[in-house]
Design a protein around this ligand. Structure first.
Ligand SMILES: Nc1nc2c(c(=O)[nH]1)N(C=O)[C@@H](CNc1ccc(C(=O)N[C@@H](CCC(=O)O)C(=O)O)cc1)CN2
Ligand SMILES: Nc1nc2c(ncn2[C@@H]2O[C@H](COP(=O)(O)OP(=O)(O)OP(=O)(O)O)[C@@H](O)[C@H]2O)c(=O)[nH]1
Ligand SMILES: [Mg+2]
Length: 455
């Protein structure tokens, strides 16, 4: 990437196309004001005070395009740290597109997805973890997920990582000094034991952070929940009740659901990715057997399994198999169709179960309660605790912990202290990658291309 390419003036529509009453076309770069001035009829933008909104019209070759409000923000106090112009149009696809096209003809380049935020990062206004949180805010499916992302944008995670890295750096410097100027014969021993104490301290800090990851990741990505059970037990009916919509087809014909249906639902702050599967049974039908295979896979990949049994029938061998297969998963057993006379013997069930009627929407709040209990079980999470939620960050903290454990081993085994130093330094580097310190170009490109256009 060359410098001129990187810092030319970019333009994009920053609002959903044609869906709002007002749309924003955004421009950023050193020519933003000049380019906007060419197509704006109103005040001369070159003379306008920064951070003001200005009434006027957009014209293209003398042709009136729209009546607009134009916000002008000069560098450096802007989203990108560059000159930014935002044109607020009347919305609608045609007018908004026309304004963007006019800007492109006047010298702006169409922004790549995430390029405005990328510039905020490249120009040093935010670090990588903060930039990533921008996308998390947009994608957040629950208020809790959004709150984690907003805190991350404010720098909660970045500051924590920076503090730990600083402490690591100080420790490394101390070791360096002791090695270079050994005052006593046993300087190396003392250095080793001091460094070991520090390494243990860093392990505690990072383990604490990592302990928030499971919850954070689920809040960010959703709890994968597979609904499994024999054909016709009421899996799709359960899905429909939980999402309060008739999404999955329900019939009294066994084998109605042939493929996986996925829906998101917010259950008391826990985002569930609910997966309705084909009823599991031995089958000769090819299409159905592929569906069954997928169901088994969905169960294997799920964070939570809802196993549905039919209370109005005796437990079958198939049910017993499913109880067995799902026993190693986090599981809730649901006895459905309890509105009918019960034939299933509860003594045949292993442990707890919840009786429901998906048809009559009975006792589904108990299911929601049980899901919440599993998710928040024993967890007392301070409201302001920094939560690790992004897989990339989690992996890097895990790597840093691995580095520290290698350092610990080396020190415990009385190996030369510089070996442990190398590991501690690697931990420092891995943590740095979270905030984009020395992050490889490919990583940065790849992260920002996941953004939406205009962000
Ligand atoms: N119209 C509009 N709304 C928007 C955005 C935008 O770009 N345009 N944002 C974009 O996603 C978000 C707001 N984020 C922003 C973050 C920083 C700065 C900014 O100018 N920061 C400067 C100055 C801060 C100050 O004046 O104190 C800085 O940090 O130096 C602006 C917007 C949400 N709403
Ligand atoms: N009486 C009663 N019938 C129910 C209940 N839940 C579901 N049913 C009925 O059972 C039949 C099968 O329901 P589905 O939700 O399609 O069952 P499924 O498990 O998704 O079935 P497959 O997709 O074929 O595996 C339908 O006729 C439903 O109306 C319930 O709680 N009580
Ligand atoms: Mg079904």
């Amino acid at each position: 990437m060359t410098l001129t390419q990187e810092f030319d003036t970019i333009a994009a529509i920053s609002t959903p196309l044609g869906e709002g009453a007002i749309s924003i076309v955004r421009l950023s770069g050193s020519d933003a004001v000049k380019i906007a001035n060419q197509i704006f009829r109103g005040k001369n933008l070159e003379n306008v005070v920064s951070h003001t909104i200005n009434y006027g019209h957009i014209v293209d070759n003398g042709e009136l395009v729209d009546e607009v409000m134009l916000t002008l923000m000069r560098a450096p106090k802007t989203f990108t740290r560059e000159d930014v112009v935002e044109i607020n149009t009347h919305g609608g696809i045609a007018v908004t597109q026309e304004i963007l096209q006019t800007l492109l003809r006047s010298g702006a380049r169409l922004a790549e997805p995430g390029e405005f935020t990328k510039r905020a990062f490249l120009n040093g206004r935010i670090d990588l973890a903060q930039a990533e949180s921008v996308m998390d805010i947009i994608r957040a499916k629950t208020d809790k997920a959004a709150s984690i992302a907003v805190k991350q944008l404010e720098g909660s995670l970045s500051n924590l990582i920076k503090d730990i890295r600083q402490e690591i750096l100080v420790s490394l410097a101390e070791v360096e000094v002791n090695i270079d100027y050994p005052e006593y014969d046993d300087a190396e021993d003392i250095t080793s034991s001091v460094l070991l104490d520090k390494v243990k301290h860093f392990q505690v800090l990072l383990s604490g952070l990592l302990s928030t990851a499971k919850r954070g990741k689920i809040l960010r990505e959703g709890l994968k929940t597979a609904i499994i059970g024999r054909p016709n037990v009421g899996k799709s009916s359960l899905l429909n009740q939980l999402i309060r919509e008739e999404k999955a087809i329900v019939t009294d014909i066994a084998g109605t659901t042939r493929d996986i249906i996925t829906e998101f639902v917010n259950i008391g702050g826990v985002p569930l990715e609910l997966i309705d599967t084909a009823g599991i049974r031995e089958t000769d039908n090819l299409v159905e057997s592929i569906g069954v295979e997928r169901s088994m896979k969905a169960m294997a990949e799920a964070d939570l399994v809802l196993l549905v049994l039919n209370a109005s029938e005796e437990l079958t061998d198939q049910d017993k198999q499913l109880i067995e297969i799902s026993s190693s998963s986090t599981r809730i057993i649901l006895l459905n169709k309890t509105d009918l006379p019960q034939k299933l013997d509860e003594h045949d069930l292993p442990g707890d179960f919840i009786k429901i009627s998906a048809l009559r929407n009975e006792n589904l709040d108990s299911v929601e309660g049980a899901i919440n209990k599993i998710f928040f079980s024993g967890e007392i999470v301070a409201q302001d605790a920094t939560t690790l939620s992004n897989s990339r960050h989690i992996a890097l903290v895990e790597q840093a912990l691995q580095n520290l454990s290698e350092a610990e081993d080396a020190l415990v085994m009385s190996m030369p202290v510089d070996l442990a130093q190398v590991n501690v330094r690697e931990a420092w580097e891995n943590l740095g990658e979270i905030i984009g310190d020395n992050a490889p170009d490919e990583l940065i490109t790849q992260l920002f291309t996941q953004f939406c256009l205009g962000k």
